[in-house]
Design a protein. Structure first.
Length: 310
């Protein structure tokens, strides 16, 4: 039986992503209180895989996940799931929005409901929580120990913990989506599908003019499209940053392999975080000069030149 850790408790959007990934297969779910805890359990061998949020369409990258994957023992992404995000405001019976003092939820959720809160419960302050579901769980189980009386979460969490839903679909962005990744130990990787992504973290040798451009040129000259680029502090010193990148293609693709070899040569470090099928079913469009056939033909041509005079 495969054991999956996920950002808990029960009722999180992360659990929804996990259920979408495993469908009805035989598995065990292990809810943990933070992204770090889920990935630490994976590194320790306590679980076989972990499901964590990595990016959302409103706030961008999830810093806790990006930082945890960029450091520590290596892990790899083996898949991704996109989950549409809709929020409800919920509370214990007897509470009303008009008398709400504070709202508890995860920081990324708060960023997506601030407009609604400003118009509907402007008197209420914001209290951060570890997850949207933990906001609901704690409100249901420990109401006297909290600094909030309204939770913002998924409807499944409100129902699971027996809270009254006071408002539905309160997100400011109607098409908000969060991207979740399935992470495993670096013991295997999915085969190429033609619609793959590769995730890497690049560490510069030094901070200098044109340094980032030099890194990005390794992709552009080989016809590789990036789908995400974010800088994250390395935590070594002020102004020291690494770059977390998603790109189209698989490490087995000639163009991707050539780019990674060049990056390995010019970077202080390249952390390979996996090649995996993209959630989208859309095939990647590749310029004819960037196909595997074009790279193989160029290598064969060079080999012929090098053999002259042998």
């Amino acid at each position: 039986m495969t054991r999956y850790a996920y950002l808990g408790p029960e009722g999180t959007f992360t659990q929804q992503a996990l259920l979408s990934w495993v469908a009805d297969s035989n598995h065990e779910q292990v809810p943990l209180g933070s992204v770090d805890a889920a990935l630490d359990a994976l590194r320790a061998g306590d679980v076989d895989a972990a499901v964590v949020p990595i990016e959302n369409s409103v706030e961008g990258g999830v810093s806790a996940t990006l930082d945890a994957l960029a450091s520590g023992d290596p892990l790899v992404v083996v898949g991704e799931v996109l989950v549409p995000i809709t929020f409800v405001a919920c509370a214990r019976p007897g509470t009303t929005l008009a008398r709400a003092r504070a709202i508890g939820t995860h920081s990324h959720a708060w960023a997506q409901v601030r407009g609604w809160a400003g118009k509907t419960v402007s008197q209420a302050i914001y209290v951060p929580t570890l997850s949207t579901a933990s906001a609901a769980k704690d409100l249901a189980e420990h109401p006297d120990d909290l600094g909030y009386d309204i939770a913002v979460c998924a409807q499944i969490a409100a129902e699971h913990f027996g809270l009254d839903v006071l408002a539905h679909d309160i997100g400011d962005m109607t098409n908000a989506v969060t991207r979740f990744v399935i992470v495993a130990r670096p013991e295997w990787q999915p085969a190429p599908t033609g619609r793959d992504k590769t995730t890497v973290v690049l560490f510069q040798r030094s901070d200098r003019a044109g340094g980032l451009l030099e890194l990005l040129e390794q992709f552009s000259v080989r016809g590789i499209n990036m789908t995400r680029l974010e800088s994250r502090p390395t935590k070594d010193s002020m102004g020291s940053y690494c770059f977390s990148i998603d790109l189209e293609g698989h490490v087995q693709d000639e163009r991707v392999g050539a780019a990674l070899m060049s990056l390995h040569r010019i970077c202080a470090d390249v952390r390979f975080l996996g090649s995996y099928p993209a959630a989208s079913d859309v095939e990647i469009t590749i310029d004819p000069i960037a196909t595997d056939r074009a790279f193989v033909a160029a290598r064969e041509w060079l080999d012929r030149l090098r053999r002259l005079g042998d």
